[in-house]
Ligand binder design. Structure first.
Ligand SMILES: NC(=O)c1ccc[n+]([C@@H]2O[C@H](COP(=O)([O-])OP(=O)(O)OC[C@H]3O[C@@H](n4cnc5c(N)ncnc54)[C@H](OP(=O)(O)O)[C@@H]3O)[C@@H](O)[C@H]2O)c1
Ligand SMILES: *[C@@H]1O[C@H](CO)[C@@H](O)[C@H](O)[C@H]1NC(C)=O
Ligand SMILES: *[C@@H]1O[C@H](CO)[C@@H](O)[C@H](O)[C@H]1NC(C)=O
Length: 260
């Protein structure tokens, strides 16, 4: 029986960011797309959009990013019966969801500390466990690997700053997890990679944060000062297509005019 690969993507937001762009790019390459997110309305809408453009996609809403909820949602994806007859194998997975708050340290609330730990540490831990177990069942692909597990990082994954205590602490944890997994599972020909997105990504939500009209216009129109989600997605495809004789653990991506 022929095989059609599955990509699992966690963190779709309202369908205008990196998670959604990655789904579109991999869908065009023939991947089946399994999508995890908390907002079921946005998720179902986006899944329909992918199907209308000829893709095979399925929505897996989660109530929160607790260890149990994330574990059972990925278990569900592993058992899912796709519509087309080809055998399904999870070959790529992306942990893209995040929680952030940008404020002075003394204003950070206990709830924000818990939200950051849950979305940036507990959830990707549970996600990675299920994905690694799925990859271990795969034969080696023509690239010599069992699967590729990707993480979306940020500037705050490796540098803290004046208003990032709760966000950077969470994002550092995701980077540490991905590096440890890369070393432990490289020996099993499982590829783990982390992408530091070192600049603003153009999404509906990030655009709405630019309240000053001139700022808003610049961020929307000047491609040199922000990243396009689709360009990030193309780099994820490149990572997934790397063979095991020369593969990347960490990649950094930034727009041409970023001050860094
Ligand atoms: N935007 C940036 O400028 C930027 C810069 C550097 C790095 N990053 C990283 O990139 C990753 C993806 O972010 P993205 O900005 O491209 O957006 P995205 O792919 O659409 O993902 C948005 C994430 O934020 C969550 N979220 C919570 N409240 C939301 C709301 N009201 N509307 C939309 N999303 C909401 C979503 O959770 P659900 O899917 O569960 O709803 C999802 O996990 C994150 O890991 C982030 O840390 C972003
Ligand atoms: C750190 O924060 C300051 C003040 O908000 C800002 O000007 C600077 O660009 C930030 N640095 C980085 C590396 O994000
Ligand atoms: C996404 O959310 C932002 C606000 O956070 C909103 O301005 C935008 O219209 C939303 N886009 C879609 C496609 O729902």
């Amino acid at each position: 029986m022929s095989v059609r690969p599955v990509i699992v993507i966690a963190g779709i937001g309202n369908g205008t960011g990196t998670g959604a762009a990655t789904a579109r790019v991999f869908s065009k390459q023939g991947y089946r797309v399994a999508l995890i997110a908390r907002n079921a309305d946005h998720l179902n809408k986006f899944t329909s959009e992918l199907k209308e453009t000829g893709g095979e996609a399925a929505a897996f809403p989660v109530k929160d990013y607790s260890y149990g909820a994330v574990t059972s949602v990925v278990e569900g994806i592993r058992k899912y019966q796709w519509q087309t007859p080809e055998k399904a194998e999870i070959r790529v997975a992306l942990w893209n969801a995040a929680f952030g708050a940008w404020k002075p340290f003394l204003d950070v609330t206990e709830q924000e500390v818990h939200d950051s730990v849950e979305a940036n540490f507990v959830a990707p831990f549970a996600f990675s466990r299920q994905i690694i177990l799925a990859f271990q069942e795969n034969e080696l692909s023509e690239l010599g690997k069992r699967g590729t597990l990707l993480f979306t990082g940020a500037t705050a994954s490796w540098r803290g700053n004046v208003s990032t205590s709760v966000f950077a602490a969470g994002k550092f944890a995701g980077r540490a997890l991905s590096q440890s997994l890369s070393k432990e599972f490289g020996k099993q020909n499982i590829h783990v990679a982390h992408a530091i997105i070192d600049g603003g990504i153009l999404t509906d939500r990030s655009l709405s944060r630019h309240s000053n009209p001139e700022d808003h216009k610049q961020f929307a129109e000047n491609a040199d000062i922000r990243l396009d989600a689709e360009s990030i997605a193309k780099s994820y495809l490149y990572l997934a297509n790397q063979d095991r004789s020369a593969w990347t653990w960490e990649l950094d991506l930034r727009p041409a005019h970023e001050k860094w």
